[in-house]
Design a binder for this molecule. Structure first.
Ligand SMILES: N[C@@H](CCC(=O)N[C@@H](CS)C(=O)NCC(=O)O)C(=O)O
Length: 250
């Protein structure tokens, strides 16, 4: 597990400040956005970074190599198996192409100019490819688990080194989930949860998901998994992964 987290941290460091800080979108979608996604795909990562940066939640439909659960849906809807693929039920928009999706999200929901870094889109793509390299061994083929009746909810932000292995496992198991974005807006949120606890610091986030987590569990630590099927809530990436294997592994 330690080497897993070290590799994940490397991917985080390669992406610098991307996929961590949030400036919430001006408009929140009424119906949840849907993203057909491969966790270690460099193009999909860019879309998930933009979701964190805009503080938008989304339903994630994992489409790992050789996956049979959601890949056929993308082929049927868009004509080819290419990822990421965004479905926005609010506007009837369905689209391929990561940088087009990022621009669409900023225009439709951010309602602000596309940040400069995203205008240099090809540079972002290159950086994201570098970040995928340390995770190649985790870019597993599909090993489908049992699909839960109600969607699991993962509180995560894109560049969290601890949330990444959980998302990788959900992808491998082809388990769809609601991605509850929990980016950072506050300097105190950079202090690790155990240190915060020791110093009795409780950051006051402006983000809804962080506030919900704080109210629900009395603390914020990412990742956090909520399973409405068993009404189980879990912190700690290792415990979450064990729970997923025990509960939905086949
Ligand atoms: N230009 C596209 C490239 C997308 C792309 O090549 N995605 C790869 C995954 S990283 C893919 O869909 N491969 C086909 C497959 O996995 O079956 C974008 O930016 O979205």
């Amino acid at each position: 597990m330690a080497t897993n987290i070290a590799g994940s941290l490397l991917a985080t460091l390669v992406r610098g400040s991307n996929g961590i800080q949030s400036t919430p979108a001006t408009v929140k979608p009424k119906k949840m956005l849907q993203l057909y996604d491969i966790e270690n795909c460099p193009y999909c990562r860019l879309v998930r970074e933009a979701l964190t940066e805009l503080d938008l939640d989304a339903e994630i439909y994992p489409c790992p190599k050789a996956g049979e659960r959601f890949r056929p849906e993308v082929e049927a809807r868009g004509g080819k198996a290419q990822f990421p693929y965004l479905v926005d039920p609010n506007t009837g928009t369905e689209m391929y192409e990561s940088l087009d999706i990022v621009a669409y999200l900023f225009e439709t929901y951010g309602q602000r100019a596309l940040p400069l870094k995203w205008r240099a889109g090809k540079l972002q793509t290159f950086g994201s490819m570098l970040a995928s390299a340390p995770r190649v061994a985790h870019n597993a083929k599909a090993r489908p688990g049992v699909e839960p009746e109600y969607m699991l909810e993962l509180y995560s932000f894109e560049s969290s080194p601890y949330a990444r292995p959980v998302r990788e496992l959900l992808c491998e198991m082809e388990i769809p989930y609601i991605l509850r974005n929990c980016g950072r807006t506050n300097l105190q949120e950079w202090i690790l949860p155990p240190v915060r606890k020791a110093l009795q610091i409780t950051p006051q986030s402006t983000l809804e998901n962080r506030r919900i987590l704080q109210d629900m569990e009395g603390r914020v630590s990412i990742p956090y998994l909520y399973d409405p099927n068993s009404e189980t809530g879990l912190f700690e990436s290792e415990d979450i992964m064990q729970y997923l294997r025990d509960t939905y592994g086949s």
